[in-house]
Design a protein around this ligand. Structure first.
Ligand SMILES: [Zn+2]
Length: 181
C-alpha cells in the first residue's frame, strides 16, 4: 500500500463518501482514532456499513436504520471481519468519525485525526485478519504522518468518554501497540 497525491492509499478498496470537508490545517494530521461499527448492530457482513458511510442506507432494510439513515458520518478506513480495507475519505480531508471530542485538552478531533473503523461490537472479539491488516495500515499511516506516534493512537472512548465505548472491551490494545514495532 502506497500513498498517492490525493491521500488515497493504493491496493485497497475505494468508495467515495460525500461526508467530508477540508481539514482546517492540512499539515496537522496527528492523531489516530480506533472505532468499531456493525450494521445492523451485532451483525457482520453485507453492505450496510458501506451504505451508511456513503449516505445510502435504506431506512426500510432494518428497523434500526430508520433512526440513523440521515446521520451524516464517515471514516477514512473500515476493516471488515475478513480484513478487507475500504477507504471512504482522502487522508487530506476531514472525515466525520469522532464527533464532539477532546484529546489532551484539544477539541474537534476530526480536524487533525484519521479514523479507522473495525467491523465489530462490544460482544465479540475482533478477528486475526482484522488485527493483521490494522497493524499494516497503522504502520503505513505512521510512516506518512510521523506526528502520529503510538501515544497518539486512541480509542473513540478515550476522546468522547461520556458518549462512546468503542472500540470496546475486546480490543487488544497491548498486542496491537506492540505489533507496530
Ligand atoms: Zn466510534
Amino acid at each position: 500500500m502506497k500513498n498517492n497525491k490525493q491521500g488515497w492509499l493504493e491496493n485497497i478498496r475505494h468508495l467515495t463518501s460525500p461526508h467530508f470537508d477540508k481539514r482546517p490545517d492540512p499539515q496537522d494530521v496527528s492523531l489516530l482514532v480506533i472505532h468499531y461499527i456493525s450494521l445492523p448492530p451485532e451483525q457482520f457482513g453485507g453492505n450496510f456499513v458501506d451504505d451508511f458511510f456513503l449516505g445510502k442506507l435504506n431506512p426500510t432494510a432494518h428497523p434500526y436504520f430508520k433512526e440513523i439513515y440521515q446521520v451524516r458520518v464517515s471514516t477514512h478506513f473500515f476493516i471488515d471481519r475478513n480484513g478487507r480495507i475500504t477507504q471512504y475519505v482522502s487522508l487530506q480531508d476531514r472525515a466525520w468519525h469522532a464527533g464532539v471530542s477532546c484529546f489532551q485538552g484539544r477539541n474537534k478531533c476530526n480536524d487533525y485525526s484519521i479514523g479507522i473503523e473495525l467491523e465489530g461490537s462490544n460482544e465479540q472479539p475482533f478477528t486475526e485478519q482484522q488485527y493483521a491488516k490494522l497493524t499494516q495500515l497503522t504502520q503505513q499511516i505512521m510512516a506518512l504522518y510521523p506526528q502520529i506516534t503510538t501515544d497518539r493512537i486512541v480509542g473513540h472512548s478515550d476522546i468522547a468518554p461520556e458518549r462512546k465505548i468503542d472500540p470496546g472491551r475486546y480490543f487488544e490494545w497491548d498486542n496491537y501497540l506492540k505489533s507496530l514495532g
